[in-house]
Design a protein around this ligand. Structure first.
Ligand code: NAP
Length: 252
């Protein structure tokens, strides 16, 4: 038996990219994976692929910004399983222009349209807070609830403020600010839940070869899912309220 055997795991944005690979790896560890997808047909396709390799996968229609979808997902999980063990808030968007022309994104902070900021925060921050709040009663019913928030190294205020850091020139304001806000949610929720069995952590997957990662990305998807899987399967003595990449803490 692995540490995930029989666990009920919901992964948002699991129809492709890091989310799909996370579902595959958790499924291989014995979890029942709920493949969240805003387009149910894509979710069904992904779940079918996972079932083809022996994983207990079920698609669930979940546009994270849609309140009705969030409520319906909670109801389905409640009715079918009565609890949720693992929530991976993986769905995310990067809407900033990345056309810097010199290998770095253009820093367009002074002209970033407010609608870009708002839309980015809707998905990367508000939807995560809302979905987590909706599912918390089910996570409280787990023997060992685990919440993983897919952040990014680009959320690190310390590294952004440090000339010469690996991300110093990579200033995609809307995305970076939304993930910094997400990190704040991780810290605050973990503090509130510190006397419970639920652990809450932020993950930086690495710069991963997905649609979002783009052409420069160097990490294979199989490795990009490892941090999420590690944090989803933490033992009782594992950390909470942290920000990690491959087991190593990152500066906030
Ligand atoms: P991706 O390949 O672009 O996949 C993003 C996933 O999120 C897709 O399944 C997408 O669904 C879904 N999504 C977006 N908006 C959604 C919504 N409103 N409701 C439900 N699903 C939604 O990106 P990825 O690289 O796998 O990224 C996964 C997570 O890792 C993101 O949170 C990202 O910020 C983070 N991350 C990625 C990297 C990287 O290098 N790739 C680095 C740091 C952090 P559709 O297919 O329907 O669009």
């Amino acid at each position: 038996m692995s540490e995930a055997t029989g666990k009920i795991a919901l992964i948002t944005g699991a129809n492709k990219g890091i989310g799909l690979e996370t579902a595959r790896q958790l499924g291989k560890l014995g979890a029942i994976v709920l493949v969240g997808a805003r387009d149910l047909a894509k979710g069904e396709q992904a779940a079918e692929v996972l079932r083809g390799v022996g994983i207990d996968a079920r698609a669930i229609k979940l546009d994270v910004v849609n309140e009705a979808d969030r409520a319906a997902a909670a109801k389905t999980i409640e009715q079918e399983f009565g609890r949720l063990d693992i929530l991976i808030n993986n769905a995310g968007v990067m809407l900033d222009s990345r056309d810097g022309g010199d290998g770095w994104p253009a820093n367009q902070t002074s002209t970033t349209p407010l609608h870009v900021l708002r839309e980015t925060f809707e998905t990367n921050f508000f939807a995560v807070v809302a979905l987590t709040q909706t599912l918390l009663p089910l996570l409280r019913k787990s023997e060992a609830g685990r919440i993983v928030n897919l952040s990014s190294i680009l959320a690190s205020l310390t590294l952004h403020a440090t000339p010469g850091s690996p991300i110093y020139e990579a200033k995609t304001f809307a995305y970076d600010a939304s993930k910094a806000a997400l990190n704040s949610f991780t810290i605050h929720l973990a503090h509130e839940l510190k006397e419970t069995k639920i652990k809450v952590n932020s993950a930086h997957p690495g710069w991963v070869k997905t649609e979002m990662g783009g052409e420069g990305a160097q990490m294979e998807i199989v490795d990009g899912a490892k941090t999420s899987v590690q944090l989803a399967t933490l033992g009782e003595d594992g950390p909470t309220g942290g920000y990690f990449h491959m087991g190593e803490p990152l500066p906030w």
